[in-house]
Ligand binder design. Structure first.
Ligand SMILES: Nc1ncnc2c1ncn2[C@@H]1O[C@H](COP(=O)(O)OP(=O)(O)OP(=O)(O)O)[C@@H](O)[C@H]1O
Ligand SMILES: [Mg+2]
Length: 287
């Protein structure tokens, strides 16, 4: 439990303690947000439209006793968001061999489950999350069941002694469903990618086996296991339209990823899920 005084997120100012470390250290570059750095025991990130909604969510998680998320400490003299630095290792842009550990995979699923339990009841009333783009005609797969992370990639998980202990980078957090978040996480960690798009060094990986490990560790229901292929195919279609929209409208890192061919990769994922639908259900439900 925190005993520090916590002003409302919009009024919270970060004042370094006298003599506090001020060396700026780089962090591994992510996909979208530029200018993320570490300063002593803190992370500084550019302030963004969703920052206050994220900050209120991080406060809620702290009060709920969830230890696996940074704390929002306020904004610094440059206006940047200041968050606590979580010690440990995160994967680099191409996940290293150690990221393949099945114990790590199961611990990611358990950590996500704890996040969802801790998130229950949080209503982003004072600072709503900016709505995500939903293409015309798309059925929104995100009824506001609960606020969750929605970007639990290997690069956004903090690992200590081989186990997932923290989640960082809540930039895409917002209202969705627990299944959406856990599907999304599994698709990053199995990973659910056409083998043609696999990471170097991951060729021997069995995504069917890994998905089962994730499902068991998270606790997917039988209905969720059966729903997975259709859900994944629809999610890929929506993700394609969203990424295309973000690349065109927001530019920046989104446009760079689009230029690098992420659209084709999402399409191949959808086709691969469709081609292997029965195999996925068998892997998820077989004894
Ligand atoms: N609070 C934190 N504690 C420890 N490490 C962090 C923290 N925040 C960020 N990092 C490290 O810095 C890296 C980049 O930060 P972050 O994920 O927040 O930005 P990003 O990936 O560039 O943003 P985005 O995913 O929105 O494009 C992370 O992958 C992680 O290695
Ligand atoms: Mg990141």
């Amino acid at each position: 439990m925190s005993t520090r005084h916590r002003p409302p997120v919009e009024a919270r100012v970060y004042v370094p303690a006298p003599g506090e470390a001020s060396d700026v250290e780089p962090v591994p570059a992510g996909d979208v947000t530029e200018g993320v750095v570490r300063v002593g025991g803190t992370i500084r990130r550019p302030h963004q439209p969703q920052s206050l909604a994220v900050a209120a969510y991080l406060d809620w998680l702290e009060d709920a006793g969830f230890e696996g998320a940074p704390r929002f400490l306020g904004r610094d003299a440059e206006g940047r968001d200041v968050l606590t630095f979580l010690a440990g290792e995160c994967a680099g842009p191409v996940p290293e061999a150690w990221v393949q550990s099945e114990e790590l995979l199961a611990s990611v699923a358990r950590l996500l489950r704890r996040l969802h339990t801790a998130s229950a009841g949080f209503v982003p009333a004072a600072h709503p999350f900016p709505p995500r783009y939903t293409p015309p005609g798309a059925v929104s797969p995100e009824p506001a069941e609960l606020v969750c992370h929605l970007d639990v990639t290997p690069q956004n998980v903090v690992v200590r002694e081989g186990l997932a202990v923290g989640l960082v980078d809540f930039d895409l957090a917002g209202p969705a469903t627990a299944f959406k978040d856990s599907f999304n996480t599994a698709s990053h960690w199995a990973p659910l990618r056409d083998p043609a798009d696999g990471w170097p060094g991951w060729e021997a990986n069995d995504p069917f086996r890994r998905l089962r490990i994730f499902a068991d560790a998270y606790g997917w229901t039988d209905a969720e296991r059966h729903a997975l292929p259709a859900f994944g195919i629809e999610a890929a279609a929506l993700s394609y339209r969203r990424m295309e929209h973000n690349a065109r409208v927001l530019g920046g890192g989104w446009a760079r990823m689009w230029g690098e061919g992420v659209g084709g990769m999402i399409r191949r994922r959808g086709a691969w899920l469709e081609a292997n639908a029965d195999r996925f259900v068998d892997a998820l439900t077989g004894r």
